[in-house]
Design a binder for this molecule. Structure first.
Ligand SMILES: Nc1ncnc2c1ncn2[C@@H]1O[C@H](COP(=O)(O)OP(=O)(O)OP(=O)(O)O)[C@@H](O)[C@H]1O
Ligand SMILES: Nc1ccn([C@H]2C[C@H](O)[C@@H](COP(=O)(O)O)O2)c(=O)n1
Length: 227
């Protein structure tokens, strides 16, 4: 039996980590884990349970309480908190605005990193795990590490594209919100957003989603062939 392939995909917000990771995993028959969804789920629980998300000590004390379960089928990823479907609630503006503060708390990270490593170890054929610290901290021995980037303008335009049919967002405001979250995620003390030394950087600014997917599938196949 072939050794499971472990793929770490990191990068700032809006670089295409989720779209790319899901598609690559589906194409290669691998599992898929969205670690950002887990930090969002933890944040949603904190907000729903009256925890002051700006009080790191309060967040740390509560970090062991929620039960967060991620489904790893790339065709239908799921996330529940204490048995309730959290897919919708974790994408609200309120959660997005609070998630960087909650994810900076070491007790939160320790709890979720444990879940992430368990999911990777349990994946029968291997897994694509996306986040901010997968290559540096969660899975330092990953078969392949990719760090996605894109210009600030491209990322903001992509995010606004998702709002089609909903209230149109101001491009400059979207760009500022992305920059603020990236600065917080890169600036925290515990496993900040960073490119691992052995990660391959892929600038997606001028690539279509299909081109990025193809690029990563090729990188994985090269790693497999070299084993
Ligand atoms: N190469 C690409 N070209 C154009 N649009 C893209 C590309 N990659 C992703 N997108 C689009 O950009 C948006 C953001 O992508 P995605 O959610 O995958 O990014 P992300 O890095 O996971 O973001 P976040 O970290 O905030 O969750 C989506 O609407 C997606 O369809
Ligand atoms: N490995 C990770 C993944 C995510 N986070 C934090 C920081 C992000 O701003 C937030 C939400 O992630 P997204 O859904 O936008 O991918 O979660 C982290 O600290 N470490």
């Amino acid at each position: 039996m072939e050794t499971p392939v472990i793929v770490a995909i990191d990068g700032p917000s809006g670089t295409g980590k989720s779209s790319t990771s899901k598609a690559v995993a589906a194409k290669l028959g691998l599992s898929y884990l969205d670690t950002g969804a887990q930090y969002r789920a933890m944040t949603w629980w904190m907000l729903s349970n009256g925890v002051d998300v700006n009080d790191a000590a309060e967040v740390a004390t509560a970090a062991h309480k929620p039960t967060i379960v991620s489904g790893t089928d790339p065709a239908a990823p799921t996330i529940t908190v204490d048995g309730a479907d959290a897919t919708g609630p974790i994408r609200t503006q309120e959660v997005t605005a609070a998630v960087s503060a909650v994810s900076a708390v070491p007790e939160v990270r320790a709890r979720l990193v444990e879940l992430q490593r368990s999911a990777a170890a349990a994946a029968p054929n291997g897994i694509v795990v996306e986040g901010r610290d997968i290559g540096t901290t969660v899975l330092p021995d990953a078969t392949l590490k990719v760090f996605l980037t894109a210009s600030a303008e491209a990322r903001a335009a992509r995010r606004n594209g998702e709002l089609k049919g909903k209230e149109a967002a101001d491009l400059a405001a979207t760009q500022a919100a992305l920059a603020k979250r990236d600065a917080a995620d890169s600036g925290r003390k515990t496993s900040p957003l960073a490119k691992a030394d052995d990660a391959i950087e892929v600038d997606t600014t001028d690539l279509t989603l299909d081109q990025v997917i193809e690029c990563i599938v090729t990188l994985i196949e090269e790693k497999r062939a070299a084993r």
